[in-house]
Ligand binder design. Structure first.
Ligand SMILES: [Zn+2]
Ligand SMILES: [Zn+2]
Length: 261
């Protein structure tokens, strides 16, 4: 990983609520595992998830630490989002199971990737593509009192949701329902896996947001879009009520041009 890119990801992860980052420290040990452990935004990954060209079905493996599983409402909302945007004629399945705590919280992405190594069981096979989502019993290590990360997409088919952080957020006064925060975070992180914004899915119009230094940051500059970067405690997630943010027309146009619905 190039250092500038690494710094960009660090910046994204530390300054926005829903972060994104990637990491490739772990060595996969077979072809299929290699295919599932590419850098975020690499090669054909977004198209593989969006279209039926190479994969006609999608299997999502949700692995949660005991007591930290997402609500059924959130999983249903996430499934609806996937069905709305992806072409998977042979279906989208979501399996869930729980595992004991790793005892490693708070987490670095390297630690999350190690946990994935130990707990992921589904890898791409024939016409089925797979995605791993880990619901962690702790926060991200670089969270501060002002800014926390709710989730990260860290490989081309891997997501972590910091469920303990979501629960703390939802217990604040006037916070959205936990299930709404979970759905928004799942949908946002999956948005990165399908190449948003300019992360493996080509821009059809200029709507990529920039950070304070003017660098593009793989988020959308349309306010209230699901892929907006500035979803933060005060202004974004806390202010969204129980309406789940949706993709704006420009993000949808990008997906459709890359094989999505
Ligand atoms: Zn993001
Ligand atoms: Zn957008």
């Amino acid at each position: 990983m190039q250092i500038t890119k690494f710094l960009t990801y660090l910046l994204i992860s530390s300054f926005i609520l829903i972060g994104c980052s990637n990491d490739d420290d772990n060595t996969p040990n077979n072809q299929s595992q290699i295919a599932n452990r590419q850098q975020l935004g690499s090669d054909n990954s977004a198209n593989d998830l969006l279209s039926a060209t190479n994969f006609t079905s999608l299997a999502i493996e949700i692995v949660s630490v005991q007591g930290f599983a997402p609500s059924a409402t959130a999983v249903n909302g996430f499934r609806d989002f996937l069905q709305e945007r992806l072409f998977k004629p042979d279906g989208i399945t979501i399996t869930q199971r729980s595992v004991p705590s790793s005892g490693k919280a708070p987490f670095t992405i390297t630690e999350i990737a190690e946990i994935e190594n130990d707990t992921r069981t589904l890898f791409n096979e024939e016409s089925e593509i797979t995605v791993y989502i880990y619901f962690a019993d702790g926060s991200r290590e670089d969270d501060t009192t002002e800014q926390v990360t709710l989730g990260s997409a860290y490989f081309n088919t891997s997501i972590v949701i910091y469920e303990e952080t979501l629960r703390r957020l939802s217990s604040r006064p006037r916070a959205p329902l936990l299930s709404s925060i979970e759905t928004a975070t799942l949908n946002h992180e999956f948005g990165h896996l399908i190449g948003l914004v300019n992360l493996g899915t080509e821009l059809q119009s200029q709507h990529e947001d920039e950070d304070d230094e003017g660098e593009p940051n793989n988020h959308c500059n349309v306010s209230n879009c699901l892929m907006e970067a500035a979803i933060q405690f005060g202004s974004g997630m806390m202010g969204m009520g129980d309406v789940i943010p949706e993709l704006d027309p420009q993000c949808i146009a990008d997906l459709q041009a890359n094989g999505g619905r």
